[in-house]
Design a protein around this ligand. Structure first.
Ligand code: SAM
Ligand code: SF4
Length: 325
């Protein structure tokens, strides 16, 4: 399926819940968010139908996210449903890792191909602070078990100037010691993210280059805009995701489906279509595919995160926890 500027859309990110067992300070307010009524939440059958409609239009890769996807009961059942859809080649998940160990074997049995685990610090007191109560040891153990189980494992690390920038080289060392990709992500000014100071990829690279040489590394596979490197002794790799400093909108291949049923065309803009009404009146797959195809044509060309939003009306006011990254 192509949008109006010819970008091929082949990747769907599905948020399966707005609930989370952490409260990361840059992602959601301390008091939490107003949660959806569970009757409003897309059921697994509704999600499966959207996946089928998208797969018929050429989507082949699915990422399950949240909130925290593993707080939704029986998330592995959804993984198997999606994995069984004709045309779907890969199912991955983004998780904070807290509940991963408990569910790892069933997720793998259900066919999960990859996992991205979010981890912003290697100090347990800082982890407790930034996540407002999280236990670092659970995440580190999940990373370990996930690698041992043979799952392709990546880490998502958002670098925040006054919080974890001083741990940059510790994360580089982690990618040297473990067969994981550590991806440094530029903090986006979405929701609570606006209250923290980001660090550009260029600055992060320069800091690493003071101590290491970085060789471009193309063997990491993925569906997104990360650019990968290796240091001389890395077992894993280092990735940079630079939504702000190197806008990658021209090659954007993704759409999102939120837990309330909104097909979201761009991370920044509140543009898209709510599929819930169509799903709940029992529309046919063919009809659903047509609705999606028509909506996707209107995918915005670019985000405008770096511009003042004072006079803009269409940008999304959802918090990151409600979008899923
Ligand atoms: N709860 C899951 C997790 O933490 O992995 C999935 C949802 S979370 C919203 C997905 C990713 O978005 C996490 O890696 C998180 O660090 C990232 N994220 C949240 N707010 C962000 C922001 N303002 N800028 C960049 N990344 C952000
Ligand atoms: Fe929850 Fe993930 Fe947001 Fe942290 S980043 S509050 S774990 S949704």
């Amino acid at each position: 399926m192509k949008d109006k500027v010819g970008r091929e859309i082949e990747y769907l990110r599905i948020s399966i819940t707005d609930r989370c067992n952490l409260r990361c300070a840059y992602c959601m307010p301390e008091s939490g968010i107003k949660l959806m009524d569970s009757s409003e939440l897309m059921t697994f059958e509704e999600i499966e139908k959207v996946v089928k409609a998208c797969a018929a239009l050429g989507v082949s890769k699915i990422r399950i996210t949240g909130g925290e996807p593993l707080v939704r009961k029986n998330a592995s059942a959804l993984v198997s449903k999606i994995k069984a859809v004709e045309g779907i080649e890969e199912v991955s998940m983004t998780t904070n890792g807290i509940l991963l160990n408990e569910q790892l074997s069933e997720l793998i049995a259900a066919g999960l191909d990859r996992v991205n685990i979010s981890l912003d610090t290697l100090h347990s007191d800082r982890y407790y602070e930034i996540t407002r109560g999280g236990e670092l040891s659970k995440v580190l153990s999940a990373v370990d078990q996930s690698i041992k189980a043979g799952l392709i494992t990546k880490l998502n690390t958002v670098i925040i100037r006054d919080f974890n920038y001083d741990e940059l080289m510790d994360f580089v060392k982690l990618a040297e010691d473990l067969p994981v990709s550590v991806r440094f992500i530029e903090l986006m000014p979405i929701g609570q993210g606006k209250d923290y100071k980001s660090v550009t990829t260029e600055e992060i690279r320069k800091t690493i280059l003071k101590e290491r040489q970085l060789e471009p590394f193309s063997q990491v596979t993925g569906n997104g805009p990360a650019v990968y490197y290796k240091t001389e002794s890395s077992k894993g790799s280092i990735g940079f995701i630079s939504p702000l400093s190197h806008e990658f909108c021209d090659s954007c291949n993704r759409i999102r489906f939120t837990a309330e049923g909104f097909l979201k065309l761009c991370l920044h803009w509140n543009l898209g279509i709510n599929l819930k009404a169509a799903l709940r009146r029992g529309c046919s797959l063919m009809e659903l595919s047509k609705i999606i195809e028509k909506a996707v044509r209107e995918k915005p060309n670019h985000h405008e995160f770096m511009m003042s939003m004072d006079n803009k009306v269409d940008y999304d006011t959802r918090k990151m926890v409600q979008i899923g990254g």
